[in-house]
Unconditional design. Structure first.
Length: 262
């Protein structure tokens, strides 16, 4: 029990400081991802651990034979040059794929959990499984429990899975969703976290969430700046504004990490 309490404390601790302020970083896309590392790969995870991230965000999909894996896209095209859907392949086939970037292969979600447990990192899950598959979702819960990750786990869910996961894993919400959920019987602030990109996150929103004990996480992701004339400059400004607003936890693409560490 003492070891478990210590692990939770470490996961929730802030690993970085900027302008004297403690900051916690969640590695978006399954670790440190750049022109060297494949998304949701063991090399990317290893680099995230090396650089001191508190958590990693990973995407949850399922293979044809029911194996939970970490893969963002619906297909294996982008990194593995195979235009075939994850749900159309057995794990025995998918596990043989190789990334041209780093030789990495697709990874079982259980291997991600094992790595995070061994390196005292938490997990944020982006559930990309369609529909309400309670068998798979119970399997996911069991894996989180097996590796003692559920207490600190976060999830970006789907409309279909929200009822199932409410109260089991802390779920992402906008302010509007939080306000609507607060009207439901059995609502508890600790079942949710406030998750927004800076364009939709005001200082007043951060203050509102903090007054209710709701964790606020800002998403600083390259996708949000795809139309920007100067991505790095705009991301830097957003990081500063979020810090000034009182945000201390960031889900972030690795190229923007430089704006949140001294």
């Amino acid at each position: 029990m003492v070891k478990w309490i210590l692990f939770v404390a470490i996961v929730l601790a802030s690993n970085f400081r900027v302008a004297g302020q403690a900051v916690k970083l969640i590695a978006h896309r399954g670790g440190v991802v750049d022109s060297t590392y494949t998304e949701n790969s063991l090399p990317a995870l290893m680099q995230a651990a090396k650089e001191g991230y508190s958590m990693i965000e990973t995407d949850v999909r399922v293979t044809k034979d029911g194996q939970l894996i970490a893969n963002h896209d619906a297909t294996f095209q982008r990194y593995y040059s195979l235009d075939k859907k994850v749900v159309e392949m057995d794990w025995s086939e998918a596990s043989k794929l190789k990334s041209a970037l780093d030789g990495g292969t697709p990874v079982l979600l259980e291997d991600v959990f094992r790595f995070c447990r061994e390196h005292q990192m938490g997990v944020m899950l982006d559930n990309k499984i369609q529909g309400l598959d309670t068998t798979l979702f119970n399997k996911l819960i069991d894996l989180l429990d097996q590796y003692q990750l559920r207490k600190s786990a976060l999830m970006i869910g789907t409309d279909e899975s929200t009822d199932f996961f409410t109260g089991k894993i802390k779920l992402s919400c906008s302010r509007k969703q939080l306000e609507e959920n607060s009207l439901n019987p059995g609502y508890k602030n600790e079942h949710y976290f406030f998750f927004e990109r800076p364009a939709n996150l005001r200082a007043e929103d951060v203050k509102w969430a903090k007054s209710r004990g709701i964790l606020t996480i800002a998403a600083i992701n390259a996708f949000h700046y795809r139309k920007s004339e100067n991505m790095l400059s705009d991301a830097r400004k957003d990081c500063k504004r979020m810090l000034d607003s009182g945000v201390t936890v960031f889900q972030i693409d690795s190229e923007f990490r430089q704006f949140l560490i001294d």
